[in-house]
Design a protein. Sequence first.
Length: 268
Amino acid sequence: MGGIPAYLAKLDPSLQFYDNIYKLFFNKGGELYEEAENLLKQELREPRIYKLILTSLAEGHRRVTEIANSIGLDKATVSRYLETLTLLDIVGYETPVLEKPKTKKRLYYIKDNYFNFWFTYVYPYKDLVEEDRGEKILEIDRESISKYMSRIFEHIALKFIYRIGSDIGEVIKAGRQWGKTKKLGTYEIDIVALNSKKEILSIFEVKWANLSRNDTRRILKSLKYKIDEIGLEAHRLGIIAKHIHGKEELKKDGFLLYDLKDIEIILV
């Protein structure tokens, strides 16, 4: 819903989650079925091109070159449209957190969660809605929602990092880090948290999953290996997940472990 109160108010608490989604998005009378399209028409002169770009982003193309190639436009044109979408706060971008501020290593994403959901699950399947077969989209939704939510959860985890305070110290800057090494090839780290001196306070993996003790230890071991190969030094390592079994016991080893219960206390 993108945190929009007017959209949230449309949820019916007497209905289950997927019943609400079907009612609002996946039928022709749904109040949020055409809302994204209408907003683009109101705000922008060429909504067709913006829809192409947002569809490309929803499909996982995050670099300007990738987006341009997927929709058949040149990079300069795509960059201009992305700038407009960024100004409207529909699209955002991230750069490797350890890079200099002027780096050109940008990865774009749909920042507004309502538009993100709409371009992932509604726009590509509008023909099914028009044929009154919206229940078919629910089947697709149920199969892929965990993958979709993993990216959303990373952004929630990033907000959480700035708020946890005394556990790791005052975080001035945090974000994803990616790059290449000879041994690892392409690598990604979900969150690197820095202090005011640009020193690394902590490094996190983010998992939208229920983790067992063995899962948690395996992920931490893999994270330790990764940062050693990259040559980073972190004050502490940690995981942010949907749920971590045996969390308190594992914390005794000095790791930073948080799940949805912790996030609810701090952010809700």
